[in-house]
Design a protein around this ligand. Structure first.
Ligand code: GTP
Ligand code: MG
Length: 322
């Protein structure tokens, strides 16, 4: 990381040079949506796509933060710089410590190669994922090799954030129970790697085979999804997890070639665009603004039309409003 910038350089210049203080200031500016934020976000656009973005999602209390912490140790051993964005950290349900606190208490405290930012989950105008996406971009521009995003995988917005990631890791704990529902409800579809954490607890092996069973029911031709088990509290299985992330991404290096960088950046924008479009379509359906959703729903309900066909018709109506 180059730190050869003078204090008179602009915040943007210092950010692009990888200065930690500039990174912290830039994120604060972006979070508060200051005039400087617009300048920074515009200035970094052409630089994006170097960082590998890894999404960590899963039910509350599955051990995501503990596992992220263990992952950081391994990534630092491999001399990768790390940025972490923790969204909706620590549900009051589980009483788990906020990731930032965990890191502050840990060995990463004084390591400039580790930068953690927790985002307040609710109350941002325009939703959560645009804010998280911008913070990821800023960390990317600062030259972090790997940016990890921790989200609680319960609602739609969390799934959307995970979709920004280049590699999506879904974490669950043994004894799935209700979690199976959450996983079935869409999280499984987005997983590149599945992790059963708390492998030290009973039922872990059974959960691994349950998940493998669920995966085997997927359509043929879909990418192989490894199911790993970890004990985040003692680091067991973490090396295999980092290996799996690397295998999926091709490399953990933030200094990918220009073509790969541009590809990654485009993929990220593509996901953001899909995300924003889906949100708008959802709103149109909710408000039923001029597309007459009700008659399509009625036809589906009567068994006259399949849901897929109804969706296709709906899209047609959006294209050519009557
Ligand atoms: N036995 C065992 N406990 C673990 C393991 N990993 C995490 N825990 C514990 O599980 C609890 C929740 O861990 P967190 O890392 O806060 O879980 P989280 O998924 O980040 O939780 P939220 O952010 O609140 O959704 C803590 O008490 C951890 O110490 C593990 O591998 N084995
Ligand atoms: Mg957490």
């Amino acid at each position: 990381m180059a730190e050869s910038v003078s204090p008179s350089d602009s915040l943007l210049q210092r950010l692009l040079a990888g200065q930690t203080i500039a990174l912290a200031k830039s994120i604060t500016a972006v979070e508060n949506d200051t005039p400087q934020a617009a300048e920074i976000l515009a200035g970094i656009q052409t630089q994006l796509g170097r960082a590998l973005v890894v999404g960590f999602t899963g039910p509350p209390g599955a051990g995501k933060s503990t596992l992220v912490n263990a992952l950081i140790v391994e990534l630092r051993c491999r001399e990768r710089s790390v940025g972490v964005v923790a969204v909706d950290p620590s549900s009051p349900l589980t009483g788990g410590a906020i990731l930032g606190d965990r890191i502050r208490m840990s060995e990463h405290n004084r390591d400039p190669g580790v930068f953690v930012r927790s985002l307040a989950a609710r109350g941002h105008l325009g939703g959560l994922s645009p804010m998280a996406a911008r913070v990821i971009d800023v960390m990317d521009a600062a030259g972090r090799d790997v940016v990890i995003v921790e989200t609680v995988g319960a609602g739609q917005s969390e799934v959307e954030i995970a979709e920004i990631a280049d590699v999506r890791v879904v974490i669950c704990a043994p004894g799935l129970g209700d979690d199976v529902q959450a996983i079935k409800a869409g999280i499984l579809e987005i997983a590149d790697i599945l992790v059963v954490n708390k492998a030290d607890l009973p039922l872990a092996e059974r959960t691994v085979s349950q998940l493998k069973g669920m995966l085997s029911l997927r359509e043929a031709g879909m990418a192989e999804v490894p199911v790993l088990s970890t004990t985040a509290t003692n680091g067991e299985g973490v090396i295999a997890l980092v290996d799996a992330v690397e295998a999926r991404a091709g490399t953990l290096e933030g200094t990918v070639g220009e073509e790969e960088r541009a590809d990654r950046a485009l993929r990220r924008v593509r996901r953001l665009l899909a995300d924003a479009t889906a949100q708008q379509v959802r709103r149109l359906i909710r408000e039923d603004s001029g597309v007459n959703v009700d008659d399509l729903c009625t036809q589906v309900q009567r068994g006259e039309l399949g849901v897929e066909a109804a969706a296709a018709q709906l899209l047609q109506r959006l294209k050519e409003p009557s």
